[in-house]
Design a protein around this ligand. Structure first.
Ligand SMILES: [Zn+2]
Length: 279
């Protein structure tokens, strides 16, 4: 299945539907009944819901209500709002639906255990954490929309969730957030404790056995712009030579999904004395 990736022009209802149309298949995969999903508030609870979580959704008895009209729009500019489909913070219609679906999964799989209550004291997703059931719904929201992001940011939570269900898509977190504004991606990277795909495996990058690249502050000093592009992967080297810091270089490469060339480009550039890295 393809992940839900926001595209410019999608309406709130489009976002709801994008998730709703995938949920039956996800339920089949996870061996749980398909909930009934309503894209409007519950008729008897037509104001803000007090269920913690998103304030704009409700779940009980196999039924989900999402107040699509009152849901957040994906953010465009940096400000106080951080909601974006697949992001850590997501009160868009897709995020609310995935949150409420999280309650459904939690109920069907009996996931709110003592083990969970111990885990959720240690790793945090959002501000609804004092209530373990809400922490679970928020965790399952991130797991459902952007599993890699949860795996990197909250490995213990991810390990717990995957005892019950498996990711239903294999996109990277950057692919899920490919149309998000830069500040959202940067913030997600920070949360995921990585500045590029290299750190996905939590391994420091060793360059010629000397430089350990775990520090985003490391500066790139360009020594020479003369390099042979015919060796291929010229883009990685070009990008490296344009950037002032390793973090900027990694971010730039990752956007072009060339993160796996990072180690290569750095190694070659150092070997050929094109750049010097300074802590
Ligand atoms: Zn909730």
């Amino acid at each position: 299945m393809t992940p839900v990736i926001y595209k410019t022009g999608m309406t709130k209802l489009d976002l709801f539907n994008a998730v709703a149309m995938r949920i039956p298949e996800i339920c089949r995969l996870w061996g749980i009944p398909v909930p009934v999903m309503h894209p409007q508030p519950h008729p008897q609870h037509n104001r803000r819901y007090g269920t913690g979580g998103t304030l704009f959704g409700l779940y009980y008895g196999n039924k989900i209500w999402v107040n699509v009209a009152e849901s957040s729009k994906p953010v465009v500019k940096r400000g106080r709002a951080w909601s974006f489909p697949g992001n850590k913070t997501d009160r868009t219609a897709s995020g609310i639906l995935f949150h409420e679906f999280g309650h459904h999964v939690s109920a069907c799989k009996h996931m709110n255990t003592q083990e969970w209550r111990d885990i959720c004291k240690r790793e945090h997703v959002t501000g609804y954490e004092p209530v373990p059931e809400e922490a679970l719904a928020e965790t399952l929201r991130v797991f459902s929309s952007n599993p890699e992001l949860l795996r990197l940011a909250c490995p213990k939570r991810y390990a717990y969730v995957t005892k019950f269900v498996q990711p239903w898509h294999s996109a990277t977190w950057r692919q899920v957030l490919q149309n998000a504004p830069d500040f959202i991606v940067d913030n997600a990277a920070k949360w995921a404790k990585q500045s590029d795909s290299l750190q996905t495996h939590n391994k420091p990058l060793f360059l010629k056995g000397k430089t350990t690249m775990t520090n985003n502050e490391t500066k790139i000093k360009v020594l020479s712009k003369d390099h042979d592009k015919t060796r291929g992967k010229g883009l990685a080297l070009d990008t490296l030579l344009r950037c002032k810091t390793v973090a900027a270089f990694r971010a730039s490469l990752a956007k072009k999904e060339m993160g796996h060339y990072v180690a290569w480009a750095l190694r070659v550039a150092q070997r050929d004395k094109l750049v010097k890295l300074e802590a």
